[in-house]
Design a protein around this ligand. Structure first.
Ligand SMILES: NC(=O)c1ccc[n+]([C@@H]2O[C@H](COP(=O)([O-])OP(=O)(O)OC[C@H]3O[C@@H](n4cnc5c(N)ncnc54)[C@H](O)[C@@H]3O)[C@@H](O)[C@H]2O)c1
Length: 302
């Protein structure tokens, strides 16, 4: 089984000073990649004074092991920071092959306590940050007819109390990934996402019962999320627009489905009431990967 090598590849990873991003950076570097380690060095809520220390420490660790890395400390939530991140890759290593949009913030609280400012902070880092880094990387990837983009979502898109700020941000990244993927394919670029679960400070901030947390800590090693990211960032990656859930050695697909429901050209609300079981029946569910395909499917009834 040939190892997935990243020799001569240049990878940008956002939020790589700690937690999952740090694991990704170390794993990419061990396999030969030159890594741009971005991290603002903020707290979980994203409202602490920035620090260059986390990114610098990861770069030092990579270099001590004989790898290639450079630190980048700006916020990816600003157009200047995102552009400078990509420029740093080009300036330092001469090219850019893969982007891992991993930086994230989390503030879990009941809906009665969330604020517009809190929602905006989550959207700024997750959605706008991913968007801006992709925007900056895109022309380089299109010009070289090659690129890999790995965005980060969360199982939180399935719904979890307390995620009224974080959930919409991750849902936005999920939708962004799918649309960008459909534009990317003709340029030799693939865009996918991971939904990791790992025992980092972010998982520890979730209101988990102590027993559950202790059991999750035992299996959800952060380094076990890296294989999903490395696969999606490699030239061998055979998928596009997909989301892989990676958690404690388990990897599986998160997908959107339509089921058959029922069709009646004289549809009324009463019919839906009376046949809601059919509408919700998951046994006919099938995975759909684009909205265009769905329009074509519906037009068959015309
Ligand atoms: N840990 C989990 O179980 C889990 C679950 C689902 C999704 N995720 C996602 O995985 C990613 C990594 O999470 P983690 O658990 O390693 O969290 P973490 O808090 O340990 O690390 C996140 C890093 O992002 C950095 N960061 C925050 N805002 C930034 C900005 N504007 N610019 C640059 N860097 C910034 C932080 O300084 C921090 O080092 C996040 O996107 C998170 O939402 C994690």
């Amino acid at each position: 089984m040939a190892e997935l090598s990243f020799a001569n590849r240049v990878v940008v990873i956002t939020g790589a000073g700690r937690g999952l991003g740090r694991e990704y950076a170390l794993a990419f570097a061990r396999r030969g990649a030159a890594v741009v380690v971005n991290d603002l060095g903020t707290n979980l809520l994203g409202d602490a004074a920035p620090s260059s220390q986390p990114a610098d420490e990861v770069v030092a660790e990579i270099r001590q092991a004989g790898g290639k890395a450079v630190a980048h400390h700006a916020s990816i939530a600003s157009p200047e920071g995102a552009k400078d991140l990509v420029d740093t890759a080009i300036r330092t290593f001469g090219r850019l092959d893969a982007v891992v949009n991993n930086a994230g913030v989390l503030n879990m609280k009941p809906f009665a306590e969330v604020t517009l400012e809190g929602l905006q902070r989550h959207l700024a880092v997750h959605v706008i940050g991913s968007f801006l880094v992709c925007k900056a990387a895109w022309p380089h990837m299109v010009a070289q007819k090659y690129g890999r983009i790995v965005n980060t979502i969360s199982g939180g898109i399935f719904g979890l109390p307390g995620l009224a700020e974080y959930g919409p941000a991750k849902g936005g990244v999920f939708a962004f990934t799918r649309s960008l993927a459909l534009e990317a394919i003709e340029h030799g670029i693939r865009v996918n996402a991971v939904a990791p679960q790992a025992a980092t400070r972010m998982l520890h901030a979730s209101a988990l019962a102590p027993d559950l947390r202790e059991r999750l800590d035992r299996i959800m090693k952060p380094e076990l999320a890296s294989p999903g990211v490395l696969y999606l960032a490699h030239e061998d990656c055979a998928v596009n627009g997909e989301t892989l859930a990676v958690s404690g050695g388990k990897v599986c697909r998160i997908a959107l489905t339509y089921n058959d429901g029922f069709t009646d050209p004289s549809l009324t609300p009463e019919m839906i009431r009376d046949r809601i079981g059919e509408v919700l029946d998951p046994s006919s569910a099938a995975v759909w990967t684009s909205a265009t395909a769905r329009y074509e499917e519906r037009a068959k009834d015309a």
